[in-house]
Design a protein. Structure first.
Length: 258
């Protein structure tokens, strides 16, 4: 059973937290995002919204632009056209360190830990802008990752792929983000470890952290999520409630292997 996750929600009331997802305020919104690499345009006007406490899956074939979208939202790729807002504030093309200070964290698919540092040192790096409370936060975060709690002095480079993914998630939580961007968290993991990682993700979201989840495991991602977006060839192909997308014949045929 997952540990109970208790994030800090400054300014949130009990009524806010108990409201249905559709009535929660939008915490992250992208409108008409156009971006790419060099002269190659990958996204051609993609739009998404993420509400407080919501989990939203982004699925689609390889090359659809899913990871590119996350990189643009997190300031790692320049937005050539369109806009990104966080908590109602325009943050288009803001640098990642400034976005982190505003409550958004990002877990990339690869190179997501410091292999030469210990588990504890990785977590401390995740709290680089905290002025106090870092030690307490480490203990709080490790409640959700008991597999790491007893190994905090071990070098991250010795961890398995699944354990590294746990550490990457734990480090992203060190600043108590309101929004978490996850890029292919189940990639290259064993089926057993995939179940564990998705269980932790579900627990984090159940505690109130809004999450945008990019996943090739489309069926599992939609099963976890409240809503979903289907990208294809750099544009919004479909969107809707996650259960509806799971039951959609076109989505099943093209993206779920049905």
């Amino acid at each position: 059973m997952s540990a109970c996750w208790r994030p800090t929600w400054a300014g949130s009331t009990v009524a806010d937290m108990n409201a249905p997802n559709g009535e929660q305020p939008v915490v992250l919104e992208a409108r008409g995002i156009v971006t790419g690499y060099g002269e190659v345009e990958i996204l051609h006007g993609v739009s998404i919204t993420l509400r407080r406490g919501e989990m939203v899956a982004v699925i689609g074939p390889n090359g659809a632009g899913k990871s590119t979208l996350l990189r643009a939202l997190f300031g790692l790729l320049p937005v050539r056209s369109g806009s990104v807002s966080l908590q109602g504030e325009d943050v288009t093309n803001l640098a990642p360190d400034h976005l982190v200070k505003r409550g958004i964290s990002y877990v990339p698919q690869v190179d997501n830990v410091f292999p030469s540092l210990t588990i504890l040192e990785n977590l401390q790096m995740g709290a680089f802008i905290r002025r106090d409370g870092a030690a307490e936060r480490v203990e709080h975060v490790l409640e959700l990752f008991p597999d790491l709690a007893g190994r905090r002095g071990e070098v991250a480079g010795r961890l398995s792929g699944g354990q590294r993914q746990m550490l990457a998630l734990a480090r992203a939580l060190m600043l108590d983000p309101s929004v978490l961007l996850l890029d292919e968290p189940s990639a290259s993991l064993s089926p057993k470890m995939v179940d564990i990682i998705f269980d932790r993700i579900k627990a984090i979201n159940a505690g109130g952290t809004a999450m945008l989840l990019v996943e090739q495991n489309a069926r599992e991602a939609l099963a976890l999520s409240h809503r979903g977006y289907v990208l294809a060839m750099g544009i919004n192909r479909l969107e809707g409630e996650a259960q509806g997308l799971l039951e959609n014949e076109e989505v099943g045929r093209l993206y779920l292997g049905a």
